[in-house]
Design a protein around this ligand. Structure first.
Ligand SMILES: O=C(CO)COP(=O)(O)O
Length: 248
């Protein structure tokens, strides 16, 4: 799909009622009820939201998926097939918060990518450096190391999200030059090393707001945005979707 893709990552927020209300508010907005808009809701609410989205354009996304491929004795896990079953189109893989708090490693993330694609989901591999890594100048090496699993996955469709850890939830957005540099480096690396995706698309995430969305989305090699905090406010998210809609 040409144009920009916007995925809202609700993280560990909302309750059953507020998740429904937020989705309803988005569905009332033509700018949001579009096939290039996705919402990554908490796992427990996905089924109810998926039912609500039947026949609508907004895509459902999960925030994580099990590294285990098949059904079985894996207490607490949610498989890719389960996510597909209740209507998910996308799943985030390797978000920096999961890397940080759950020590997710490349072998696990490779399994998650493969499981997602085998189940017909489009995984969004999240990569990004910490502030310390940026200041040390090792950020490209870090990102290449995070991307390296793309050399080993089965060919298929996936997305990449560049989310500098220091820009997540901090209000400190990367400069357009920094974003352009990394997005270009990611695409170059993928062309040289990765198994072919249907297309190589890179989203930016980290303090994307209504005020900065358009300039970020217009930056070279930015194919969309992964939006955290601002996706919890229907009005802000609508303005971000509107900015994307203008750039089709
Ligand atoms: O982590 C993010 C999206 O996955 C970004 O979060 P914020 O937009 O709140 O900075």
């Amino acid at each position: 799909m040409a144009g920009k893709l916007i995925i809202g990552n609700w993280k560990m927020n909302t309750r059953a009622q507020s998740a429904q209300s937020l989705l309803d508010a988005l569905l009332e907005q033509p700018a949001c009820d579009q096939p290039w808009v996705g919402v990554a809701a908490p796992a427990v609410y996905l089924a109810a939201l998926g039912a609500r989205l039947q026949g609508r354009a907004i895509r459902l996304a999960a925030q994580d998926v099990s590294a285990f491929a098949s059904d079985g004795a894996y207490t607490g896990e949610v498989s890719a097939a389960m996510l597909q079953d209740i209507g998910c189109a996308y799943v985030l893989v390797g978000h920096s918060e999961r890397r940080q708090y759950f020590a997710e490693s490349n072998p696990q993330l490779l399994a998650k990518m493969n499981n997602a694609m085998a189940a017909g989901l489009v995984p969004v591999l999240c990569v990004g450096e910490t502030l310390e890594q940026r200041e040390q100048g090792s950020y490209l090496a870090v990102i290449h190391q995070q991307l390296s699993i793309l050399a080993d996955i089965a060919a298929g469709e996936y997305l990449i999200a560049y989310e500098p850890v220091w820009a997540i939830g901090t209000g400190k957005v990367a400069t357009l030059e920094q974003i352009a540099e990394i997005h270009s480096a990611i695409k170059t690396w993928c062309l040289q090393n990765a198994k072919p995706s249907a297309s190589i698309r890179v989203l930016y995430g980290g303090s994307v707001k209504a005020e900065n969305a358009e300039s970020i989305l217009m930056t070279d090699n930015v194919d969309g945005a992964l939006v955290g905090g601002a996706s919890l406010d229907a009005g802000s998210f609508r303005m971000i979707c509107q900015a994307a809609g203008k750039l089709i």
